[in-house]
Design a protein. Structure first.
Lengths: 589, 363
């Protein structure tokens, strides 16, 4: 360690004596590896995509691809579909998620932590597993219809999936946790004393909620909706497996342009359009709540005051809503109703996933419900087939390396963020978040181009690089939040007590933020472990990851092995999500 | 004697905001110097520049006569006690105190005995294995002090270290800090906004206002001979009478006059009387204030009073009464009087004092 501490402190001392220029250079230093990495494996491929879409075979700039699209009815329909589905998903997720987020925001920290587990496990469960579960529930021979028929509720069973309804159910189920997670911080940020103050000033609970709470939480709610919308834009798993061709979304078109049509410029042009919309929506997001809200910071003061008219209207709504209750009544009923609603919704989040479990133990070669007999043959098929085995091990290895690499790179970048002059923090933060904003499919196509030239297609290294690009924003957000909470006076104290920059990192900063570092590692691991988009393009068919293998199987024919795989994946993810609280309980004893 | 620590025109500004105007300050070896001032007066900025936590915008800092303007915080031989204590929450009391020794690669035996000594010095010997959050505020304060002096820095900076404690504990810790200063023989630089604390603790007080040094001197000097109206009002309570200086023929005294009163000004022997007289071109301007401490004034008959007025309020203050007299100025005149001599509100009274126990300040 002494060698490395020398290496760090020697240039630092030299720079300190130069000037403010040297000082600002030193602030950038920890971010350099992350910047270089993102420029090479994110900026270059994405820019190349944009270029490919606009350059024709002769190398001239042309808008032919886009002109073709405007005349293309299929494309117009797909684009319309994408917006319709994403918009409906965002709206439903926010509307359905709002009561839960409000309920959670009013709980004590300890209870909220317990509840969050039931949001986080479905949130981190692979989209593939969730989609598979919905196939089991909604298809013609699925659980829902089987039950309905046996109870005599339905005579003529028509499948709930594939259909638009199926896609919407799947999308909202997948996005609801994201909406809740994003609404929660700003709701918690609303000072409870403000509501109490409103009540002492003569408002009842309902009026206080509508006239004080809602306007203050409003931007956060809108932001959650936008985030769901952006994420939904790039979806392809759910519409492909739960929808009919009528529900095709843009990302599916990109995949088929490359895999079936081998039309790279067309895929590039499609990606460009996705990218433009995603960036536009994100700029709107930034305007509403600010990018920094992603690291848990809530804007203290609203930008503009609500008009008298809006306030009066909100008060009137609150009064109307409370009219039905007697004094003291509404508070109690509300909380009870909220809790019931939250329990039900949370149950609905987990139930479809749990449904997979018994099917994994069926003895029949078909997916039928109720499962027939009991056997472990599908676990056998999973654990001992060389194809599944190698894909599982590959996913595991890639995820571990991704977690380590992205956490190391992300911590450096987050550290630089805290030291940079204020005017730089926002653009730098936006740059580090960009892999989250740019639809995954765009990054994947770009990396496919780049890797095919570098000979990295079909290699574990290529996969790891791609996954690290995706995981960096999550690490940066987690660590930036932790560094913001960190009491820098402790760092000052250590400085005066004689600790070098590296010694402070080792003895003060990292030990105090160990929880956040663990969270970053965990998140990066999960992101890589169930990542499919990059895997589709970069794994090259032979070297499949676990999600890629699942995807290939699901497209061909759903089978009970998938249930066994899903069960294993859910257990791995649940263990990871539960790890911190399990650790806490263990330590308390 | 060379100064332990000296700043030469040291300053700090953030963009257009001046946090500290160019400041010259000499801190003597072994003294207890307090930086006193209201919030925003620049005292904390000055302390942080001394500590090396803030880079000055201009000027120089000498420690033991050597330039340390750009030296790293850890290389200055300075210790600091933070207002929040800044104890490392993940380290035990023992590890907190050992931290600076570890950074200096002290060998194990020396470290153990130094930590033990430091803990005993603050009477916390039995708390070595606690975590900071398991200690009370006063105990945390002691550990912060121990961690600061365990590596024997020659200068110890204390940034409002008692701000978070309640009044009783604060008084107790004041005397502990005072005796610690005596035992260690180190130079203490103490920041506070509490004038009483400053008067109790300091060898010298450096009073700061609007990012400048207002006055520097011993506590008695600052109390008895305030240089400015701000000094007079920030330290203790002062009655300020403003007027112009006049000298009448046939009168040995120079006087402070305005429409309502004419009071003699005591001129100390070493000051030539004409120094106080305003230049002729500005007659009638209220150029001078007379500072009369409440305890120096007394009630008198109206006839031989310097100023007279109506009693506005009489407040019981335990051992005596505080009397507020409306003398026609903006501020009522405050004085104390014995329990048996208290006037009633509405009485017309005179106020008098010994001119030798007043001070003159420019407005």
């Amino acid at each position: 360690m002494s060698a490395s501490s020398l290496r760090v402190s020697a240039p630092a001392v030299a720079l300190r004596r130069t000037s403010t220029f040297g000082k600002s250079l030193r602030a950038w230093l920890p971010a350099v590896p992350c910047f270089v990495f993102l420029i090479a494996f994110f900026c270059v491929p994405v820019v190349e995509i944009l270029q490919t879409g606009m350059v024709n075979a002769d190398g001239h700039v042309t808008l032919d691809q886009f002109r073709r699209m405007t005349n293309d009815l299929v494309f117009a329909k797909v684009l319309g579909n994408t917006f319709l589905i994403s918009g409906l998903t965002a709206l439903s997720s926010v509307v359905l998620g709002f009561p839960i987020a409000y309920f959670l925001s009013q709980l004590s920290d300890r209870f909220r932590e317990r509840w969050m587990i039931w949001i986080m496990v479905p949130f981190w469960t692979s989209y593939l597993v969730k989609t598979f579960a919905w196939i089991l529930v909604l298809s013609k021979t699925g659980i829902l219809l089987t039950l309905a028929v046996s109870l005599g509720l339905v005579d003529d069973p028509s499948a709930l999936a594939p259909s638009m309804l199926g896609v919407m159910i799947g999308m909202v189920h997948a996005m609801l946790p994201l909406a809740v997670i994003n609404m929660l911080p700003i709701m918690r940020g609303v000072n409870a004393q403000l509501l109490q103050a409103a009540e002492t000033l003569g408002a009842n609970r309902s009026i206080a909620f509508f006239s004080i709470f809602l306007p203050m939480a409003g931007p956060g709610i809108a932001a959650a909706g936008l985030l769901v919308f952006i994420t939904s834009l790039g979806f392809f798993i759910l519409p492909a497996l739960l929808g009919t061709p009528k529900e095709t979304m843009v990302a599916q078109l990109v995949i088929s342009a490359i895999n079936d049509l081998f039309n790279l410029p067309y895929a590039a042009a499609l990606s460009t359009i996705l990218l433009i919309f995603a960036v536009a929506v994100f700029m709107l997001y930034d305007k509403l709540v600010g990018l920094s809200s992603l690291s848990g910071e809530t804007r203290s003061a609203p930008k503009r005051n609500s008009s008298t008219f809006v306030t009066a209207a909100l008060i009137a709504i609150g009064r109307a809503c409370s009219a039905g209750y007697g004094a003291g009544g509404p508070a109690l009923t509300r909380v009870k109703g909220l809790k019931l609603y939250s329990v039900l919704t949370v149950a609905l989040l987990s139930l479809p996933i749990i449904v997979v479990f018994p099917i994994a133990f069926t003895n029949s070669p078909f997916l039928s419900f109720p499962p027939q007999g009991f056997s472990l043959r599908w676990f056998d098929a999973f654990l001992f087939s060389p194809v599944w085995q190698s894909s599982f091990l590959r996913s595991f290895g890639v995820a571990i390396v991704t977690a380590l690499a992205s956490t190391a790179l992300g911590i450096g970048a987050a550290l630089a963020l805290t030291r940079l002059p204020a005017r730089w923090t926002k653009p730098v933060f936006a740059f580090l978040l960009a892999p989250l904003i740019v639809p995954r499919i765009v990054v994947a196509v770009g990396l496919f181009y780049l890797f095919s030239r570098m000979g990295l297609v079909g290699t574990d290294l290529g996969l790891t690089i791609g996954h690290t690009v995706l995981a960096i924003p999550y690490v940066v957000v987690t660590m930036a939040a932790a560094l913001k909470r960190f009491d820098w006076r402790l760092d000052d104290a250590a400085k005066i007590l004689g600790a070098s920059a590296f010694a402070r990192l080792r003895t003060i900063q990292l030990p105090m933020m160990i929880g956040s570092v663990a969270a970053a590692l965990q998140m990066a691991f999960i992101i890589s472990f169930d990542e499919l988009t990059i895997a589709i393009f970069v794994s090259g068919g032979m070297k499949n990851t676990l999600p890629k293998q699942m995807w290939d199987d699901m497209i061909l024919q759903v089978n009970p092995t998938l249930a066994a795989v899903s069960l294993v994946m859910v257990i791995v993810i649940a263990l990871l999500v539960l790890a911190p609280s399990l650790y806490k309980t263990f330590r308390r004893r | 004697m060379t100064a332990r620590l000296q700043t030469i025109a040291i300053s700090k500004h953030y963009d257009s905001v001046t946090a500290l105007s160019p400041t010259d300050l000499e801190v003597r070896d072994g003294e207890f110097l307090t930086l006193l001032g209201p919030s925003g007066s620049g005292k904390t900025t000055l302390l942080q520049i001394l500590a090396g936590l803030v880079e000055p915008s201009g000027g120089r800092l000498l420690i033991n006569g050597k330039d340390a303007t750009h030296a790293a915080a850890g290389e200055r031989g300075i210790g600091m006690v933070f207002q929040s204590y800044a104890l490392f929450p993940h380290l035990s009391v023992w590890e907190n105190i050992a931290y600076p020794l570890r950074m200096r690669k002290t060998d194990k035996a020396a470290m153990a005995s130094a930590v033990k000594d430091a803990l005993e010095m603050v009477q916390m010997g039995s708390y070595a294995h606690r975590l900071p959050r398991e200690l009370s505020g006063g105990q945390q304060q002691r550990i912060a002090l121990a961690r600061c002096f365990v590596y024997k820095p020659s200068v110890i900076l204390l940034d409002e270290p008692l701000g978070a404690l309640d009044k009783k504990l604060r008084e107790h810790m004041q005397s502990e800090i005072r005796s610690l200063h005596k035992d260690l023989g180190a130079t203490f630089i103490y920041v506070t906004h509490d004038q009483e604390e400053a008067l109790n603790l300091s060898d010298r007080i450096c009073l700061m206002n609007q990012s400048k040094i207002e006055q520097i001197g011993t506590p008695q000097d600052l109390y008895d001979k305030p240089a400015t109206a701000f000094s007079a009002q920030f330290i203790g309570y002062s009655n300020l009478l403003s007027g112009r200086v006049e000298k009448h023929a046939g009168d040995d005294n120079i006087r402070l006059c305005n429409a309502r009163f004419s009071v003699p000004i005591h001129v100390p022997e070493h000051v030539p009387a004409h120094a106080l007289l305003p230049p002729d071109k500005t007659p009638g301007t209220d150029a001078i204030s007379l500072v009369i401490r409440p305890e120096e004034a007394r009630l008198s008959s109206v006839d031989d009073a310097y100023v007279k007025g109506t009693v506005r309020e009489v407040v019981f203050a335990g051992s005596d009464f505080r009397v507020l007299v409306d003398i026609g100025e903006k501020q009522p005149f405050l004085l104390r009087c014995g329990r048996r001599d208290a006037p009633a509100p509405g009485d017309t009274v005179g106020v008098t004092w010994n001119p030798a126990h007043t001070a003159v300040v420019t407005c």
